[in-house]
Every structure is written in structure tokens, then in C-alpha cells.
Ligand binder design. Structure first.
Ligand SMILES: NC(=O)c1ccc[n+]([C@@H]2O[C@H](COP(=O)([O-])OP(=O)(O)OC[C@H]3O[C@@H](n4cnc5c(N)ncnc54)[C@H](O)[C@@H]3O)[C@@H](O)[C@H]2O)c1
Length: 464
């Protein structure tokens, strides 16, 4: 090789090494700067979607001194936040008011201020389409908005529940279309939210948080960020693992609930009390854990998330039999409640088409105000289709609007109860005096074992 060519090659190798070193140095600087801001809480935290997950999250971060900039597309919610008015039960009114007054939380309805944010946490809905396939329109829209304003040195975290691969296969290409590269210019993690609305014992602070990064730099920054407000952070090897952890957790619940629901259907045939069977079974101190039957499953998670996994598995030509079966059994439960209600009415000599029925509790579970996917709604719809006059009471839900149905919660009075042919307990809110309900009702169909401690008038109660 001629000497000039040899020197030329060495020079370009040297230049390449210098460039590489500079790029690494730049990335290390981004990381150092962001880590420092996270650790001294001067980082500005963006929260996209201020709903059941996003608003409590914003409050937790602001409580330790981070400035939080929310992006909420619903202008009514954004205005409320900016007035310091709370609309999520798990958030304390006075805490939100105080943090807004201190200038620590502010909500916008658009993405103009993304550039100011150091960390951007996405908490938007991940529903299903009518065909039970993932509907990622919210995640994709938000990611596109962020990509248009992405700047070097930002951390993006997806908290919405989704199928394994969403962060890397759906979000990452959109974010990199900005020209910036993950792990070099920005950081990307998935950290699934585990909040259990209404749970007083386990809050976001004392519930371990799983974090999976798209690479080691992302993981390091993500773990540092979550460690500021969560007692224990569990790092996992990838965003995909973190995504699978969450959908598995909810699949575990869906399958176990389906198992006890199936037992309830069998006990109905056998003339046995399913609650008695389960209570005795759960006295075993090992190898079993309590799950309870009911009128079906509801909320944004249990009826939805397993189907995200089912859909992804199908892409790999793999059938998730447990998920399909659990979904089938759980979705059957409202129909079973209707069928058993009709049996009770027939026994009482009342044709269902002439019956007056009160549905007690429409929230999908106890002591919360969320009726998304609530099985109580399907129960109402089915009984209305039978011609029954159905009203409802729920202390947390003043009105429901769902699939063309509009109803207002009726005040729970002796007169209301006495006017009914049947009261169906669909949600066991703890503020209700069930002995009083039974005392003043002709008959109560209890799908939650809420009347467990009612000692008198037991003949007026039918259990699921
Ligand atoms: N609710 C729970 O108990 C719970 C628990 C764990 C995980 N999750 C998951 O967290 C995610 C969010 O659930 P949630 O219950 O908080 O939903 P939510 O409907 O209560 O809140 C989502 C918020 O995002 C807003 N939003 C939608 N699109 C937007 C956009 N383009 N820009 C800005 N804001 C937008 C909505 O207006 C709404 O206020 C879901 O993936 C859910 O599965 C929920």
C-alpha cells in the first residue's frame, strides 16, 4: 500500500474514533444532566393524560418537588386541574389544590410545551376495538405529537398497559422519525402502572414499580426517575418484558376470577353455596389465594388487557387458551345474573316484564366511582330487554350514560326499596347498610356476598 494511502486511512480512522468519542461524550452529558435534574428534582415532568392513572401520578411527583406539566386533551379536566379542583377519588382535594397554588402542577390541552419537559410520562387509554383487538390510536397520536417536538436529553416513559412490543415496535420508530436516536439522544422505557383505585393499603408509593428500558442508558435513567417516588423499583431487561409483566398480572386475575365464577355456575346447579365453599377453601394457609365470584369483571384493565396479549400471541401463531376461556366465562356472568334474577322473580310469581328491579351499585368494584365496562350495566340492559322497570342506586355514580342508556341514581330510601320486586346487589360498596336493605326489601339477589353478616331475614336473600 502506498504510504500516502496508509496515512490517509489512519487519519480517517482517527477522525472516526474522535467522532465516536464525541458522540459518546454527548450522550454521557445528556444522561448526566438528566440524572442530576432527576436527583435534585429540578427536572420538569410532563404527564400526558390526566385520568385515573395520570392525575395521581402528577400529584405524587409534585409532592416531592418536581414541577409537573400535564397535557390533557379534555379541556374540562385541564381547566379543573388549573383551578385546583380534583376529579379523581384517589387524589386528595386539598393536596391537589395546594400543589396547583404552589405552581407545581399545571395542565395544558396541547403539546406546545413538550420541549420544556425533561421526562414525559404517557398515561392515555389503551382500549379494545369491537373485535377485541388492541386500539393503540391514543398511544400513537400522543407519540407523534411528542416526536414533532422531541429534543435531545429527554426521557419518555409509557405507563399505559399494552402488548409486548408496543414501546419498541410502535413508539420507537415514530420517535426516531424526528431524526434523534434512542440511547444516544433520548431515553425510552416502559413502566406499567399498577395503581389499584380505592386501595388504601397499597398506593403508588409502596407498590413496587417495574421498569424496562429500550437499552441500558434508558433503563438507568428510568430507574432513577421512578426511585424518587416509589419505595422499590424492579428493573427488567427490556421494555417488552415490562409490558408482558403487566398484561400477565391482569391475565392472572382474569383467569382466577373466571375459575371462581365457573365454580359459582356449578354450585348453582348443585344447590351449594359457592361463598361457603370458597371461604372454607381459602382457610388453607398455602398453595391457594382468595378470588371471589361476581356478576362479571369490569374496569379498564381485567376485561381488556388479557386480549392485548391474546392478540399479540396470535401474531406468533400461538393460541392463549386460558385467556380465551377466562374471557368467555367472565363475559357470561351478567347473562347468568339476569337468568337467575328471572328465576327468582318466577318463584315470587312476578313476570319479569312486570317487575320493578333496583340494581344496587354500578361501579365495577367496591368504593370507586368508575363504571367503565361494569357488568352491572349489562345486567341492567338485559333486564330492560326483558321488559323489567330497572332503576339503580350508586353512592359514587350520580348518572350513567352508556350505549344509548341514560339513568340517574335514585336516592336509597325505604320507599324506594319497598317499591321494588327485587333488589340486585351488583357492587358491594362499604357505605351501604345491607341489613337495612334486606329489612326493607321484598327480596335481595346478592351477587357479591355483601349480605354475609346479615343475620335476620335470610329467607329474603338469594346468593349468586
Ligand atoms: N385505571 C386503572 O385502574 C389503571 C390501572 C393500571 C393501568 N391502567 C392503564 O393506564 C392507562 C390509562 O388509564 P386511565 O384509567 O388513567 O384512563 P383514563 O381514561 O382515566 O385517563 C386517560 C386520560 O387521557 C386523556 N387523553 C386521551 N387522549 C389524549 C391525548 N391525545 N392527549 C392528551 N390526553 C389524552 C383522556 O382525556 C383521559 O383524561 C390505560 O392503559 C390503562 O389500561 C389503568
Amino acid at each position: 500500500m502506498p504510504l500516502s494511502q496508509k496515512f490517509g486511512r489512519r487519519r480517517s480512522q482517527k477522525r472516526w474514533k474522535v467522532l465516536k468519542f464525541r458522540r459518546q461524550e454527548k450522550m454521557a452529558n445528556f444522561k448526566r444532566t438528566l440524572l442530576a435534574k432527576i436527583r435534585d428534582h429540578s427536572a420538569i415532568v410532563g404527564v400526558v393524560g390526566l385520568g385515573y392513572v395520570g392525575l395521581p401520578f402528577a400529584v405524587e411527583k409534585a409532592k416531592v418537588g418536581f414541577r409537573v406539566l400535564g397535557v390533557e386533551q379534555n379541556p374540562l379536566r385541564a381547566e379543573k386541574v388549573n383551578r385546583g379542583e380534583n376529579y379523581i377519588r384517589d387524589v386528595k382535594d386539598e393536596e391537589l389544590r395546594e400543589l396547583v397554588a404552589q405552581g407545581l402542577i399545571r395542565a395544558e390541552t396541547d403539546f406546545r410545551r413538550v420541549g420544556e419537559m425533561d421526562v414525559i410520562v404517557i398515561c392515555v387509554p389503551t382500549p379494545l376495538t369491537r373485535n377485541l383487538t388492541p386500539d393503540l390510536q391514543y398511544v400513537e397520536r400522543v407519540t407523534r405529537e411528542i416526536a414533532q417536538r422531541l429534543r435531545p436529553g429527554q426521557l419518555i416513559s409509557l405507563e399505559s398497559t399494552t402488548y409486548p412490543g408496543t414501546t419498541e415496535e410502535v413508539m420507537l420508530p415514530i420517535l426516531e422519525s424526528s431524526g434523534l436516536k434512542v440511547e444516544k439522544d433520548f431515553f425510552l422505557v416502559h413502566s406499567p402502572e399498577r395503581v389499584d383505585p380505592g386501595n388504601k393499603r397499597y398506593t403508588t408509593r409502596n407498590t413496587c414499580k417495574v421498569v424496562g428500558g429500550v437499552g441500558p442508558n434508558s433503563l438507568e435513567v428510568g430507574v432513577a426517575f421512578y426511585s424518587q417516588t416509589v419505595e422499590k423499583v424492579i428493573p427488567v431487561s427490556s421494555a417488552k418484558v415490562a409490558e408482558l409483566v403487566k398484561v400477565f398480572e391482569n391475565t392472572f386475575r382474569a383467569v382466577n376470577i373466571a375459575l371462581v365464577n365457573e365454580l359459582a355456575l356449578l354450585c348453582d346447579r348443585m344447590g351449594l353455596n359457592v361463598w361457603e365453599v370458597l371461604e372454607a377453601a381459602f382457610t388453607k394457609p398455602f398453595g391457594i389465594m382468595p378470588f371471589w365470584p361476581g356478576p362479571g369483571v369490569g374496569g379498564h384493565c381485567i376485561p381488556v388487557d388479557p386480549h392485548y396479549l391474546e392478540w399479540k400471541a396470535k401474531e406468533l401463531n400461538f393460541n392463549t387458551h386460558f385467556i380465551a376461556l377466562a374471557g368467555e366465562i367472565n363475559r357470561k356472568m351478567p347473562e347468568f345474573v339476569r337468568e337467575k334474577a328471572v328465576r327468582i322473580l318466577n318463584r315470587l310469581g312476578i313476570p319479569p316484564s312486570k317487575a320493578k328491579i333496583l340494581v344496587l351499585g354500578v361501579a365495577y368494584k367496591r368504593d370507586i366511582d368508575d363504571y367503565r365496562e361494569s357488568p352491572a350495566l349489562t345486567v341492567i340492559k338485559l333486564l330492560q330487554a326483558d321488559g323489567a322497570k330497572v332503576s339503580y342506586h350508586d353512592p359514587y355514580i350520580p348518572r350513567i350514560q352508556w350505549e344509548g342508556m341514560e339513568l340517574e341514581s335514585q336516592p336509597l330510601t325505604e320507599e324506594l326499596l319497598r317499591a321494588q320486586d327485587l333488589v340486585i346487589i351488583t357492587t358491594d360498596h362499604s357505605s351501604i347498610d345491607y341489613a337495612w336493605v334486606v329489612e326493607n326489601s321484598k327480596h335481595v339477589f346478592d351477587t357479591r356476598n355483601a349480605t354475609k353478616n346479615v343475620r335476620t331475614n335470610r329467607e329474603r336473600i338469594t346468593l349468586l
